[in-house]
Design a protein around this ligand. Structure first.
Ligand SMILES: [Zn+2]
Length: 462
């Protein structure tokens, strides 16, 4: 531990200038956020001409009826137009808020709110919670019309929307209530760890964040998800038998097998698993069950179990711990830095003793370029894992000595095509757009890889 703190002290020394020198951090953040936003707009513009293509890629030609392909192109174009507009709109608002000193204003408002409630400004944690509430409420209001448009115009026009206005409003309110019920105690504990551990907060805070993530793994599906969706045990039948037998052959600790009413809001469909290492739950969307044959859903689950077998969620969790550690290791230099807060319009008396929440929020904005790079790397890792999980499904015939699984690659391929066709997903994707945005390989890439996995697996099985 001493070694760790000595190394961290060296990093802090390199960054000591933040606490003493004045820089125009605000302009830096404006420049970074506009760069990211314009780059994302550029990616959309690269993607745009692909929506004018009149035929799918040759590998997919047999799966797409011409009118379905045409529909997916129109849907893709509509979504891209919407993404272009909403990206620029949100960035303009964020940029304006930053320009007028919104964060300093929200901190002041939070101060007067807690004074009305009878707390003095010494209650930094209470004021921080009020600050986040003010900030979240005010900054999400401008994006509500966007989600209304997306749900009731865009998705509706293409036949995906199942959300009623009443459901939309209750979802929004429930989302805020759940956010507050979890967010407020989380924030209080987060800030308390800083206060309590002083300069040596890193190991404590990492321990706290990790426990929080683990608690959420338990709480989310059992308490939060049921607030929004209904999970019911999957009915007995061929599908249930197939999945249970697959899970037991792979020694997957399956505790519950659920069907979720995803179709309540949207007809996009999928499947996933979650839980602790010794007790896992599988959830399948009712839409997937309706649209695919049991043996195809089984292949989708074989893919999902591949993620489990190769411990992808654990690896991603470790990567996120490394990411958090890097952020926390850089943070102390920005924690007690009056000129840093001054450059974001905070008054002298606030900047003199920076509230931790403010310093952390502004520090997050400074990290924007780093976060963009991390996002690209994480997407690349995730795409790699998708291929691995697809390959896992193909290797099952050999691994389980199960002749009947020799067509796993075809079944998975059919299910993927089916999902793609039903969701009207885009089939022509620009490589740079895909590298930046996609956590999954494109359908064409996956089908091509599945072919290769299949022939390799068949050779192995012979
Ligand atoms: Zn996957």
């Amino acid at each position: 531990m001493e070694f760790l703190h000595a190394q961290l002290a060296i990093v802090q020394k390199q960054l000591a200038f933040v606490a003493t020198d004045s820089y125009d951090w605000k302009t830096y953040v404006q420049a970074c956020s506009w760069t990211v936003c314009l780059f994302e707009s550029y990616l959309l513009l690269r993607q745009f001409p692909l929506y004018s293509k009149t035929a799918p890629p040759p590998a997919l030609a047999e799966h797409f009826a011409p009118d379905v392909f045409q529909k997916s192109q129109v849907y893709g174009r509509d979504k891209a137009k919407f993404a272009l507009f909403s990206g620029l709109y949100k960035q303009t608002i964020d940029s304006l808020l930053l320009h007028i000193g919104f964060y300093a204003w929200a901190w002041k408002v939070a101060g007067s709110i807690i004074r009305k409630l009878g707390y003095s400004e010494e209650y930094e944690i209470t004021q921080s919670i009020a600050f986040v509430v003010v900030m979240v409420l005010i900054s999400t209001i401008p994006s509500i019309p966007l989600s209304v448009y997306q749900t009731f115009v865009l998705e509706e026009r293409h036949g995906f929307n199942k959300t009623t206005p009443a459901l939309f409003i209750t979802d929004l309110l429930k989302g805020w209530a759940v956010g507050f019920a979890i967010g407020a105690p989380f924030l209080a504990a987060f800030l308390y760890v800083f206060k309590w551990a002083g300069d040596r907060f890193i190991p404590w805070l990492m321990g706290f964040l990790l426990s929080f993530q683990i608690i959420m793994v338990i709480v989310y599906p059992t308490i939060i998800q049921p607030l929004f969706n209904k999970l019911s045990p999957l009915a007995d039948g061929e599908l249930r038998t197939r999945i249970e037998s697959l899970a037991s052959k792979l020694k997957f600790p399956l505790k519950h097998l659920y069907e979720i009413d995803g179709s309540k809001r949207s007809s996009h469909s999928n499947a996933y698993f979650f839980g602790l290492p010794w007790s896992k739950h599988i959830v399948i969307f009712d839409t997937l069950i309706k649209e695919s044959k049991p043996e195809e859903v089984e292949a989708v689950l074989a893919h999902e179990l591949g993620h489990w077998y190769y411990m992808h969620p654990t690896k991603l969790l470790l990567a996120s711990q490394l990411h958090i550690f890097t952020i926390l290791a850089l943070f102390p230099a920005f924690m007690h830095a009056p000129p840093f807060l001054r450059s974001f319009d905070f008054p002298k008396q606030v900047a003199a003793q920076p509230p931790t929440i403010i310093a952390f929020l502004l520090f997050q904005m400074i990290l924007m370029p780093l976060e963009a790079v991390v996002g690209i790397i994480m997407n690349a890792a995730s795409r790699h894992y998708e291929y691995q999980a697809d390959n896992f499904a193909c290797l099952l015939q050999d691994k389980l000595k199960a002749e009947e699984m020799s067509d796993m690659s075809d079944r998975l391929g059919r299910a993927l095509v089916q999902l793609h066709v039903k969701n009207l997903s885009t089939v022509w994707v620009d490589w740079l757009y895909s590298a930046y945005h996609h956590s999954h390989p494109t359908l064409t890439e996956r089908l091509k890889a599945l072919e290769a996995f299949k022939s390799a697996a068949n050779k192995k099985a012979q």
